[in-house]
Design a protein around this ligand. Structure first.
Ligand SMILES: Nc1ncnc2c1ncn2[C@@H]1O[C@H](COP(=O)(O)OP(=O)(O)O)[C@@H](O)[C@H]1O
Ligand SMILES: [Mg+2]
Length: 288
């Protein structure tokens, strides 16, 4: 019983108050226009229901274009849903907030700031004194192994290094919620494993709520308490999988374990449509 399908069920008012993040019937329609055509509606997200507990590590996977980034942007407050609602701590999300750290696809670093200054950005906004900022940025520079690069500017870094700065910046101001959109996609395999381990370590210590989008089944399963599998046309949640691999997890121990390989194999089958029992609505609690 490694993977448990779970139905999210209806969202009640008391859910909205008791969960950290709640999406209730969340949808997003874009107006698109191609050439001389009239504008038409494109439904990128349709009726998403999701309840995330405080401290939960949720990964979101699904085919390219199924609306993962659109959903994360809505959780970040960078865009608003066109239908339904989205809540954090019982309050409607109306815009970005420093309580939600964001690591987007691509790096979005400030090009005019050095590595250290990028990492200290949120701390400056929070008016943390200079000496304390320095201690915190030292810690995160160390964590993402960028010692010696503190004074470089983003254009002087490789893609993987820029991504590590973006991660350090998000972690440094200690947000309660971390929203991460394929944050490790651009880094090399070895660095990726280090960052996966480090992210779990940070999460275990700090009890952050993390929403993490990834293309990689292995990454989704390794990190998550729960994997949200999305499907496209329109973008929707297909199913939830509870991952009950023991914790703490370290990639070196987990990667070659039978349980891990069994789960990732089954998720692969599910995503590729070989496993009809995985479809939402067919079972309350089916075991893969
Ligand atoms: N600003 C936009 N205007 C029109 N269509 C968009 C916009 N942003 C995203 N889309 C479309 O919405 C769908 C979901 O996009 P996205 O959330 O980026 O998918 P994913 O992150 O899962 O790959 C795609 O078909 C994409 O083309
Ligand atoms: Mg995306």
């Amino acid at each position: 019983m490694d993977v448990l399908f779970e139905e999210q069920g209806d969202i009640t008012d008391s859910d909205i108050q008791s969960y950290k993040i709640v999406a209730k019937g969340t949808g997003r329609v874009f107006k698109i226009k191609r050439g001389g055509e009239r504008k038409r509606d494109f439904t990128a997200l349709y009726n998403l229901n999701l309840k995330v507990k405080a401290g939960e590590f949720v990964t979101i996977g699904g085919p390219s274009g199924c609306g993962k980034t659109t959903f994360l942007d809505i959780m970040a407050g960078l865009s608003l849903p066109t239908s339904g609602e989205i809540y954090i701590d019982g309050k409607r999300i109306t815009g970005p907030d420093l309580n939600r750290g964001i690591v987007l696809q691509g790096y979005a670093l400030f090009p005019w700031r050095t590595v250290r200054k990028n990492i200290e950005y949120g701390l400056e906004v929070k008016k943390i004194p200079r000496s304390e900022r320095r201690l915190i940025s030292d810690k995160y520079i160390e964590l993402v192994e960028l010692n010696g690069f503190e004074d470089r500017y983003p254009h002087e870094l490789s893609g993987g290094m820029k991504q590590r700065v973006a991660i350090a910046r998000a972690l440094a101001f200690d947000p309660e919620v971390l929203l991460m959109d394929e944050p490790f996609a651009a880094v090399d395999a070895q660095t990726r494993e280090t960052l996966q381990d480090e992210l779990l370590r940070v999460w275990e210590k700090t009890n952050k709520t993390i929403i993490f989008i990834t293309h990689s089944i292995e990454e989704a399963v390794f990190l998550a308490d729960r994997v949200v599998v999305m499907s496209s046309n329109p973008g929707a949640i297909r199913c939830f999988l509870n991952i009950d691999l023991p914790r703490p997890r370290r990639i070196r121990d987990v990667r070659n374990s039978d349980a891990f390989n069994r789960i990732t194999g089954k998720v692969w089958n599910l995503l590729h449509g070989d496993n009809a029992t995985g479809r939402k609505g067919t079972a309350q609690s089916a075991y893969l």
